[in-house]
Design a protein around this ligand. Structure first.
Ligand SMILES: NC(=O)c1ccc[n+]([C@@H]2O[C@H](COP(=O)([O-])OP(=O)(O)OC[C@H]3O[C@@H](n4cnc5c(N)ncnc54)[C@H](OP(=O)(O)O)[C@@H]3O)[C@@H](O)[C@H]2O)c1
Length: 368
């Protein structure tokens, strides 16, 4: 018998629960349907995996590397011969992950603490990585950045920099880290890549407001919700922003570098059983996973990571694509995600916010 505690009952009566249950399911089914239709009509665009020359010791950074999809990606990229930098916010979890992987004979591993909810922490991370590359005698560059870290926060709180925690982590953290690390990616001795881990849930958003306010605390007009924090919608918004940023960065980089020395792709893993639902009442997440499993839609991290690895190893001309479904397949994301006007607004607002913070009294950083 299903026993629901008070917390679970409150959750069921929230608008976010119904958005997750209905809109996210339709978005996911829509994504798979599109994949099938493209496949049947021969329209699927696939990219091969280019296996790196391990003797060159390519370096990759994976955020959120201590659990779920991040940890699965670490294992795959170690197998591909990458020197993997694990970026996580808990030094205990990082040490544990490195120790476990090290016991299996992996030596090309390095861990660094970084909190994507704090610009200070990201600046320190960048300096530590640069110093470590020098101390290790490695080329002063990185070949791959996977912006994987993300949260599904069910209650509202703010980051140290004053952002809504979910937008701050899922979007602004990835945006800021990418900007800080761009010089290292540009300096690569071979084509380098950025992979942003987004989600099919972005399809649930049909209209969007982009302003400094929506990017920091969330726009109360769009996010109006009689029943508390509109967590499902803000999660979708953060993932849509990350996707639009991927496309806009691709366009911006193309202007100066049509051969894609630095390429940018988005990867959508589908539904994967990880720690992402940790803030959702346990009885609800267990029930959701059971239903998804019965419907054949639930994947293990080892399966779900395939779209991320497809994107990470794709050739440079895959830049600007959306990987979904594994097997090197790409598909179209929502029509809204390709809206150039909104993407440019997002780009301008995000840059303004980042540079305001960086030129503030505590920082002396010049973005390149
Ligand atoms: N699972 C799915 O069904 C699914 C579907 C679509 C997209 N995604 C996306 O896939 C990505 C990976 O999620 P997952 O499913 O593997 O969930 P997960 O197991 O919860 O992993 C998320 C990782 O992000 C890290 N993280 C969270 N906040 C951070 C911060 N402020 N600074 C640095 N690291 C932070 C977490 O670190 P701690 O362990 O320290 O908290 C954790 O390692 C996320 O972006 C998620 O949105 C997941």
């Amino acid at each position: 018998m299903l026993l629901l505690d008070r917390e679970a009952l409150n959750f069921i009566f929230s608008r976010g629960f119904w958005r997750m249950s209905l809109l996210w399911t339709f978005s996911l089914l829509g994504s798979y349907l599109k994949l099938v239709i493209d496949g049947v009509s021969g329209k699927t665009i696939t990219f091969p995996r280019l296996h790196p020359d391990a003797s060159t010791r390519p370096v990759c950074i994976i955020t959120g590397a201590t659990s779920g999809l991040g940890e699965a990606a670490v294992k795959c990229l170690l197998d591909e011969g990458f020197y993997v930098i694990l970026a996580g916010r808990s030094s205990g979890l990082l040490s544990k992950t490195v120790e476990e992987l090290g016991q299996k004979g992996n030596v090309l591993l390095k861990e660094f603490v970084v909190d994507l909810a704090s610009l200070d922490s990201m600046l320190k991370f960048k300096e530590s990585v640069q110093q470590w590359l020098i101390d290790s005698g490695l080329h002063p560059s990185i070949q791959l950045l996977i912006n994987n870290a993300g949260i599904l926060a069910t209650s509202q709180s703010y980051t140290i920099d004053g952002y809504d925690r979910m937008i701050g982590t899922n979007y602004f953290g990835a945006f800021s880290l990418t900007n800080l690390l761009l010089p290292l990616l540009r300096n690569s001795y071979q084509p380098s890549r950025i992979v942003n881990v987004t989600s099919f849930t972005h399809r649930s958003i049909s209209e969007i407001i982009i302003s400094e306010k929506t990017l920091t605390v969330g726009d109360m007009r769009t996010f109006t919700c009689s029943n508390g924090y509109p967590f499902a919608r803000i999660y979708e918004y953060s993932k849509l922003c990350l996707l639009m940023f991927s496309y806009e960065l691709h366009r911006q980089l193309c202007l100066s570098d049509p051969l894609h020395h630095v390429s940018v792709t988005a990867a959508d893993p589908g539904v994967v059983k990880t720690g992402i639902m940790r803030e959702v009442p346990f009885s609800i997440s267990r029930m959701a996973y059971k239903v998804l499993d019965l419907a054949g839609l639930l994947q293990s991290p080892e399966m779900g990571v395939s779209s991320i690895i497809d994107a990470a190893l794709a050739p440079p001309d895959a830049s600007g694509r959306y990987f979904f479904g594994g097997g090197g397949r790409t598909t179209k994301s929502s029509a809204l995600s390709y809206n150039k006007e909104f993407s440019e607004q997002l780009w301008t607002c995000s840059n303004k916010l980042l540079h305001q913070k960086l030129s503030g009294p505590d920082h002396h950083f010049t973005a390149q």
